[in-house]
Ligand binder design. Sequence first.
Ligand code: SER
Length: 891
Amino acid sequence: METAEIRRRFIAHFEQRGHTVVPSASLLLDDPNLLFVNAGMVPFVPYFLGQEPAPFPRAVSVQKCVRTNDIEEVGQTDRHGTFFQMNGNFSFGDYFKEGAIGHAWDLVTKSQADGGFGLPESKLHVSVYLDDDESVALWKRIAGLPDERIHRLGKLDNYWHMGIPGPGGPDSELFLDRGPDFGPEGDIEKAGDRYMEFWNLVFMQVRLSAVRGKDDFDVAEELPAKNIDTGMGLERMAMLLQDKGSIYEIDEVAPVLLRAAELAGRTYGVDHADDTRLRVVADHVRSGLMLISDGVTPGNEARGYVLRRILRRAVRSMRLLGVDEPTLPELLPQSYQMMRRSYPELDAQWDRIAGIAYAEEQAFRQTLRAGTAIFDLAAERTQQAGTGTVSGSDAFALHDTYGFPIDLTLEMAAEQGLSVDEVGFRQLMAEQRAMSKADAKAKKGSHADLSAYRQVLDASGPTDWQAYSTLSTESTVMATLREGRTEFELVAGAIGEVILDRTPFYAESGGQNADAGELVWDGGSAAVLDVQRPVRGLVAHQVRVVAGSLAVGTAVGASVDPEWRLGACQAHSGTHVVHAALREVLGPTALQSGSYNRPGYLRLDFGWASALTDGQVRDLEDVANGALRRDLPVTATLMTLPEAQQLGALALFGETYGELVRVVEIGGEWSRELCGGTHVAHASQIGTVVVTSESSVGAGNRRVEALVGLEGWQYLARERDLVRNLADLLKAPSDQLADRVGDLLSRVRRAEKELAAARNRVLLSGADRLAAGAADVDGIRYVGQVVHDVDAGDVRTLALDVRARLGSDRPGVVTVVGVRDEKASVVVAVNDPARAAGVRAGVLVKAATGPLGGSGGGKDDVAQGGGTRPSGASAALAAVERAIADRAPAA
Ligand code: SER
């Protein structure tokens, strides 16, 4: 049965049973604790916790998930994938254990002819949490399972939570016994591949306040309702129903694996090491495709880093399989063709996805080239030192500067019979990580521990957020916090956080910076420095108390600085204008991948492979300012996600469905985006859009920066003043400035050339005399000369010229020491007969650099060096003379 059919049947089964079909949420949800959505239930967390009323009592979904914590396991086992899809049915206070077990059993055992999965009943086992007698009884009654196929296991196996504080509860899992080919009969939790777990029914009934480990957590309270959250691995089910040995061989994944094998000239299933690499490729290529499609771009932090690692692991695995050519252009389309069946939205994105992935591969190939040269140096040093171990700092530098993964360094070292100081490497990595963590913390009030905010939310309810409707409110302080903990009060001078019952402040999100403004109360005031939403529904104002003190219950006037807000609206609307203009100039594949804006300034990152030309930047500005001039109206409308999609609104990544979304339009369909930000009412209020830079931000990603409003005008005014000053200086009208400067430059270049030629003439005019005055040192004609105020290049020219004048009939050696400022340079030139007589320039120059306080080296015929002690110049010449006399006799 095809994967797409399994998905269809799952949804149909539950839809027929009163479940609302919910489309998959993006892999990126706005939760600071989750890198990616990693379970089907993630988008529903607020409903489970009772923070928001569920819009439907029952739901069914097939959710895209990414888990990378066990990335090393990928390919090693039959069933680890970084990207996977989770079929799930959910009940929010509706049916509970009996319903969950009944629905699951029916679907799994119903014959395929009747629309089920038709698994053989006699091969099915289940596990339940130790003391869950109720589930045991239900499995007996509903499924007729005998005792020996119902296994009671502990928290490690049969208790589910998110790994972070949140909802959780005991669960019950379904297994298929795949028979003796897959291992001996035995304990279900130990028998590994034989009993394949494919469906987890979680009886979601408590809220966990702390999670220290899978079986080590604190339960805070019972949830307001008893819920059901189930998760069936779509890939696992496909593997069972398609009778495949692993998830890498199912219909959605196998084409990549087979194409990779073909490119590498290998046959899958012959060699374990090869198979593992092919599986890594098959899994990672698909994950890369799906991550990019949801808006991740390769980078060095967080999500971008995970994507980069995944793509690079795929490329490297191919390299280890002997394929050195670019491979993603061969493999990614295979995955796309399979995945577009379930994700038709990939079609519109394909060009962008492919562009980003291919550019990343190219960048990695460059990294490999550059890094390999550096690695060779490190290896040479190691060989010379005779330790046999590449130092931790070399491995770290390779990683840090050249992006070389440590396993690549390990492997290349092994090829040369060397090992790597991994302990040292990891120590340096840990130090760096600690440093960047401290750095990040210093930059932003870190909300790592959110429990205090959750408590405030539980106690006081969500903040009444009025950022769209007003700039000032009368509010009451619900809580004050410092460094993530509730505090009795904030006194004058203190910096802390304030939670209000209602607020007009915009909290930083969607790329828009937080509002600035103040809180004023009887006897005091505080400046608002930053505004964040540490947990959904709660707005936290970071403030500095200017006078008086703030405590729970204080009545405050909260007001946003109107100038600031106007600037913020200009910048955010300006960002939409620039985005729309970019798409008009470059085409619809130029899609935003990130943005940031604050009063006066905006930047927009977008997927695009090459630098914009000057002409494109000018067109961009033209189109953007044209929209301002036409004074396009700006509107914001609430609608459902499907309605917004129908209108073709560009989704910012990380939107959820369910709730209403806000669609911001500028000139109707000219710019239509899902957006929660604040905006001007008419495009002309943006004032002006001035693009100040266009640059690269990683492979396949460009960044445009622009100034808007008054800042844009001031920038242009500064440029105008600059031009005026230059025009005064050069005594030329501004339209002739470029010609005039070009003219000046070529005159300077000509003058420099002439000067250099004149210097050479002077220098070399003495060369004849020097050659004629050669001394005899032990049968060798020797010229030693100190010259002043010439650079190292001239010193070399002179030395070679004098050597030529000495001729090649008799042995001759020339040493020239150049002195300039506080530095000395030296060149020793030896002719052929002198070399035959055993004189080596490389040896002589070392004698010379001793007195000069430096070092040098080179070949037998010419060598050069330098030092920081010009006073040793004569001693250097004498030292060379001595070295000639002392040379070893010619062999
Ligand atoms: N949340 C559970 C899981 O991820 C069931 O959906 O396994």
